[in-house]
Design a protein around this ligand. Structure first.
Ligand SMILES: Nc1nc2c(ncn2[C@@H]2O[C@H](COP(=O)(O)OP(=O)(O)O)[C@@H](O)[C@H]2O)c(=O)[nH]1
Ligand SMILES: [Mg+2]
Length: 372
């Protein structure tokens, strides 16, 4: 399963246009993903990786199956969503399921496309959305506190959790995101552990990592428009990344051949398409790495969280692989590529046998031995 990223933002900022461009990227390779049911608001997007393409060449298989990320187009958010306005609660529940947020911000002017104000004010627009998310988190936390009030009477061990919830309630009440709450950086391991437990249960909307997308007019792509600057300053204060793109252009580019696309990007003065940046930065944001496997039919890349052990990586392929894990035969990609084959890499002493404790590294080419 790929992790999902929720696309959020005010109405008419270009969410669906961006999503459609992502769907274009999905449709280009969809034949490779027989397991994914296509849903109208979900796009399963391959993660470009030239190492995988090279591996497929080296082991002479016709197919390279890239790792994927899933993007979800979440219906527009309006002020007071947390009170159930618009699609309110349904919308918020959908975001709760995602691992990260792609927040699209309108940085283009167009009198024909209605906006809540005459002109975009990127930071004010962002704040409307983020305040809604914080209020939704607050509401949920208050319900948790109500339950705790009676539970703590019977079980004093719940008191530290109660204290944590109260402190976080004050924090959210100021319109601040759960991600900036002090316990994340706390030196106290007990408090950090409690916060992790609470976040796991509540899945705070404002605890999720965010990438901001400045959706600009095509003519503003190459320059630093004041709207984009304002957004960049805001994001920098939050330690978040910004991708500048023109969603209409991204959508148009999906119909072009790769050569046409490259020419077009060059003409617009940019190297990597906005969509490619979105995919790459999302991958980084989720703290994922890729490892590779191959057989006689295909070479394949898999996403796992940074720090995952070999059995966990095996589990990304099949639960049987994890359950029956014996060991992993590992060749780092650079050595594999240099030697040209598994056998040559092994002969040169680059194949390692790794056990259950091994932390898989980005670019490992792995063959799992298992027994079920
Ligand atoms: N001028 C201009 N219009 C855009 C741009 N991106 C989206 N739009 C238009 O804005 C309207 C709303 O876009 P949509 O993607 O449906 O917004 P959503 O409500 O956020 O999903 C549509 O008419 C789009 O064609 C852009 O970069 N420039
Ligand atoms: Mg939409």
């Amino acid at each position: 399963m790929s992790l999902s990223i929720g696309i959020v933002g005010l109405p008419n900022v270009g969410k669906s246009t961006t999503f459609n461009a992502l769907t274009g990227a999905q449709n280009a390779v969809v034949a490779n993903y027989p397991f994914c049911t296509i849903q109208p608001n979900r796009a399963v997007v391959p993660l470009p990786d030239s190492r995988l393409d090279r591996l497929a060449e080296l082991v002479k298989v016709p197919t390279a199956i890239h790792a994927t990320l899933e993007f979800v187009d979440i219906a527009g958010l309006v002020q007071d969503a947390h009170k159930g306005e618009g699609l309110g609660n349904k919308f918020l529940a959908q975001i709760r399921e995602t691992a990260a947020i792609l927040h699209i911000v309108r940085c283009f002017e167009d009198p024909n496309v209605v906006h809540i104000r005459e002109k975009p004010y990127p930071v004010l627009d962002i704040e409307i959305v983020e305040v809604e998310l914080a209020l939704a988190d607050l509401q949920q936390l208050e319900r948790k506190i109500e339950r705790l009030v009676s539970a703590v009477k019977g079980d004093k061990k719940l008191q530290p959790m109660m204290d944590l919830c109260e402190a976080l309630k004050d924090h959210l009440g100021q319109g601040l995101p759960a991600s900036s709450f002090r316990t994340w950086s706390s030196d106290d391991p007990v408090e950090r552990e409690l916060m992790s437990e609470l976040n796991h249960e509540m899945r705070f909307l404002t605890g999720k990592p965010v990438i901001y997308v400045a959706n600009v007019a095509e003519c503003d792509l190459a320059e630093n428009h004041p709207y984009v600057q304002a957004l960049q300053e805001y994001a920098a204060r939050k330690g978040a990344q910004v991708v500048v793109l023109c969603s209409q252009l991204e959508q148009d580019m999906q119909d072009m051949s790769p050569e046409e696309r490259r020419e077009y990007l060059a003409l617009s003065g940019i190297e990597e398409s906005g969509l490619e940046q979105v995919i790459r930065k999302s991958f980084d944001l989720l703290k994922l790495i890729s490892f590779f496997t191959f057989n006689e039919n295909e070479a394949r890349a898999w996403n796992i969280p940074r720090g995952a052990t070999a059995p966990r990586a095996a589990g990304a392929i099949h639960t049987d692989f994890e359950r029956g894990f014996i060991r992993a035969e590992v060749i780092p990609f650079p050595e594999f590529a240099r030697c040209g084959s598994s056998a040559a890499a092994k002969a040169a002493g680059h194949m390692r046998l790794e056990g259950k404790e091994y932390i898989v590294q980005d670019g490992d080419v792995i063959y799992f031995r298992f027994n079920v």
